[in-house]
Ligand binder design. Structure first.
Ligand code: HEM
Length: 426
């Protein structure tokens, strides 16, 4: 095989397939060979240029003119004819949001919408997050065994996301199914039969988003980030456009909740599989923010992100042609020894963990990162206090097959309710 520039493709590059087990189970490990030997390569199976080293990824994030984010939400597997027909039936029109918008439109919009993310605005949500986590913990604390993903890691971030956005809390189960469909549709490789089913889910999600948006637009007193957008859309319709509103409504429900749910599940898995580290957090809860950050580096919930080359450009010494599609494997960058010492070790005292690429970098860097961090911190604070004797059960982890969003689909833990500290100290 040869790449679009006519260069021969190495055997490992030819074999690379992000939908196969090695990448699905551990994307950073699956790209170790690339970090060491061929840090930029063309993947004929994916049709993308893969970039695996920290410095190269950061350089791409830094220059969003040469490396356009326009393909960030494109279907990585093109829709079949049948799936296309389904989407058309729903008048599906997901287009520009923030994350896939070019300059200068992006910055103008981002600036208009920053207020909801100020430290004070975010701090106001903390009591609600803690109340939600406590309620969910109350429900399981005497049980002795639970799948934390099913019991709370999905629902709490989803509730927080809806609250942050000002979206009425309706039918959580349906929203969860919609999110899965959206992830498979955008970052997965559904089979031809699955494609139609997934398209149905995505079409319904699009329709639902439009209906909720219309309801919200009729309300004048609502509070939340979606209402900020609706207001800006009234004041500056050329900056915050109508299609932006509808696209964002759908994209942000997923961006704000799935990322955080998966990050929390990853963090609990990593920390509980190292009982000494877990015990240290129970004894020293002030270490929790640093531990959460290190978990985001070591096992982030976003593991790869996309850009398109707007001109011929050299990355790590390899020429990428104009319009070349790029998959930056941020999980691999986060395990690059040239930036992180002993990168495979989970070290809660690491002083540069915050340099990780899990929130992206540069002008599009995640706007909600401090909300996600706060949720992870509160989950860890409540669990280390109320269930310090929590243990991870032996289990085989499974993942939703896709290139970019990663976290276990279930996380089984157990504990002895007789040893719950609150029993000894009522
Ligand atoms: C963008 C990850 C939570 C809102 C992004 C990007 C990543 C990301 C990788 C693209 C960055 C880039 O292109 O440089 C995450 C992770 C989260 C998380 C790992 C949780 C652990 C949230 C939450 C919200 C949110 C809770 C909202 C309340 C956004 C927005 C953007 C974004 C609005 C687009 C920013 C722009 O393009 O200017 N996020 N995210 N995210 N995220 Fe998050």
């Amino acid at each position: 095989a040869v790449s679009p520039t006519g260069c021969p493709v190495s055997p490992r590059a030819a074999e690379f397939d992000p939908f196969e087990a090695p990448y699905q189970l551990d994307p950073a490990e699956a790209l170790r060979w690339s970090r060491e030997q061929e840090p930029v390569f063309y993947s004929p199976r994916l049709g993308y240029w893969i970039v695996s080293r920290y410095d190269d990824i950061k350089a791409i994030f830094r220059d969003n003119h040469t490396f356009s984010p326009s393909i960030a939400l494109e279907k990585i597997t093109p829709a079949s004819k049948e799936a296309q027909a389904v989407l058309e039936r729903y008048d599906y029109g997901m287009n520009r949001t923030l994350v896939n918008e070019d300059e200068p439109a992006h910055m103008a919009r981002r600036r208009e919408l920053l207020e909801a993310f100020s430290p004070e605005a975010l701090e106001a949500h903390a009591p609600m997050v803690r109340r939600l986590v406590r309620e969910k913990l109350d429900a399981i604390v005497d049980r002795g065994r639970a799948d934390l993903v099913a019991e709370m890691f999905w629902e709490v971030p989803l509730t927080v996301a809806l609250h942050f956005l000002g979206v009425p809390e309706e039918d959580m189960e349906q929203l969860r199914r919609f999110s899965v469909a959206h992830t498979l549709n955008t970052w997965g490789r559904p089979s031809p039969e699955q494609q139609v089913e997934v398209a149905e889910g995505v079409g319904k999600f699009w329709q639902y988003s439009g209906e909720v948006l219309e309801k919200m637009q009729r309300q004048t007193q609502g509070k939340g980030w979606m209402y900020d957008m609706i207001e800006k859309n009234r004041q500056k319709p050329d900056v915050v456009t109508d299609n932006y509103l509808h696209s964002m409504m759908m994209a942000i429900i997923v961006a704000a909740h799935e990322t955080t749910a998966l990050a929390t599940a990853n963090a609990f898995r990593q920390l509980l599989s190292r009982p000494a580290v877990w015990d240290e957090l129970c004894d020293n809860p002030e270490l929790i923010p640093a531990a959460a950050e290190e978990c985001l580096r070591h096992s982030g919930s976003v593991v790869a992100w996309r850009r398109r080359a707007t001109r011929e450009v050299s990355v790590g010494g390899v020429t990428i042609p104009e319009d070349g599609k790029i998959l930056m494997v941020t999980a691999s960058g986060n395990h690059d020894p040239s930036h992180f010492e002993n990168p495979d070790e989970l070290d809660i005292y690491r002083d540069n963990a915050v340099d990780h690429l899990t929130f992206g970098y540069g002008s599009h860097q995640c706007m909600g990162k401090n909300l996600g961090r706060m949720e992870m911190r509160i989950f860890l604070e409540e669990f280390t206090r109320r269930l310090p004797h929590l243990e991870l059960e032996e289990q085989a982890f499974t993942f939703l097959p896709n290139t970019s969003f990663r976290g276990p689909e279930a996380l089984w833990v157990r504990w002895d309710p007789a040893k719950n500290p609150e029993r000894q100290d009522p």
